[in-house]
Write a protein that binds this ligand. Structure first.
Ligand code: ATR
Length: 274
């Protein structure tokens, strides 16, 4: 008799648009893993209850998306060092030792840039736009690549400053408001604000992108995002959306759960709208 598949899910609100079920189904088919992966809509304030119920029903692990990554951080019994510092968890692993929490977002971004796009981060001047959960999740892996510096810029300057101080032992990192970027130049600008949810880009000064500079949006969609259009207008040598990062962070989660590495390139290609 065939054994029942192991159960995983992504929890978020909204969650219907999530590509994670498709990504993990492709990984499972590719690696011969017997698992089922669902998308579960969770009401605000209900994360811990939903996660507990899922585990009680035999669930082996979860991905967590907006707006529950901080709730998942609180829910975990044991945190990886990078999740601990990020203050956000995107992967929960349920096993005999308890509930383990990790954050694979930053590694997903770094792998997409360095492996898929062949872009070395060491020695680069990086501008990270935004100081919320998305920005926090990627800072440690970015700094570990030894860029020349990371400047965090945010609509609310104090939040950028505060965030930079939490990571200052890992490299050269500072925080400021958008207006204080005038006259500065960056090799790579990463967009991690929530403005894209309203199809907007932050109000940014012109001429910040160095010649040959790249722009990366953590968001993705079937059409170029507002920030990607801004990057194109600024003469970026390359503009990228976050689809590759999404698949790479999923691959890291899959490896944590199943102990095997899926190939990401065919999955990115399958998801890319033609
Ligand atoms: P997320 O987890 O997506 O990062 P969040 O933690 O609520 O969500 O943070 C939202 C981020 O997007 C913040 O950096 C926010 O700036 P403020 O700290 O000034 O609020 C930023 N943001 C949201 N809407 C924005 C807009 N229209 N223009 C610029 N920044 C915006």
């Amino acid at each position: 008799m065939p054994t029942a598949p192991d159960l995983y899910a992504v929890m978020g609100n909204p969650v219907a648009h999530s590509k994670s079920p498709q990504i993990h189904a492709l990984f499972a088919a590719q690696t011969g893993q017997n698992l089922e992966y669902r998308a579960i809509l969770v009401e605000p304030g209900q994360f811990a209850t939903a996660a507990r119920d899922f585990r009680a029903a035999g669930g082996k692990g979860l991905n967590i998306t907006v707006p529950f990554k901080q709730d998942a951080w609180v829910f975990a019994d044991i945190l990886s060092a990078r999740a601990e510092r990020a203050g956000a968890v995107n992967t929960l692993i349920f096993d005999r030792s308890g509930v383990r929490g990790d954050n694979t977002d930053g590694l997903g971004l770094v792998r997409d840039l360095t492996v898929n796009h062949g872009y070395a981060l060491s020695g680069r001047r990086i501008l990270l736009l935004g100081a919320g959960g998305a920005a926090r999740g990627v800072l440690q892996p970015l700094l570990l690549e030894k860029p020349e510096q990371v400047v965090i810029a945010n609509r609310t300057a104090e939040k950028a400053l505060e965030l930079s101080m939490r990571f200052s032992d890992l490299g050269r990192v500072s925080g400021r408001g958008f207006a204080e970027l005038v006259g500065r130049q960056f090799d790579l600008i990463i967009h991690a604000t929530a403005a894209g949810l309203d199809h907007q880009a932050p109000q940014l000064p012109d001429e910040m992108l160095a010649s040959g500079g790249w722009c990366y949006d953590l968001m993705y969609g079937d059409q170029p995002t507002a920030f990607m259009r801004w990057g194109q207008a600024q003469g970026a040598a390359q503009v990228m959306d976050g689809l590759g990062m999404l698949v790479e962070q999923a691959a890291q989660s899959f490896q944590l759960w199943r102990g095997v590495w899926p190939e990401t390139q065919p999955v990115i290609a399958a998801l890319r709208p033609r």
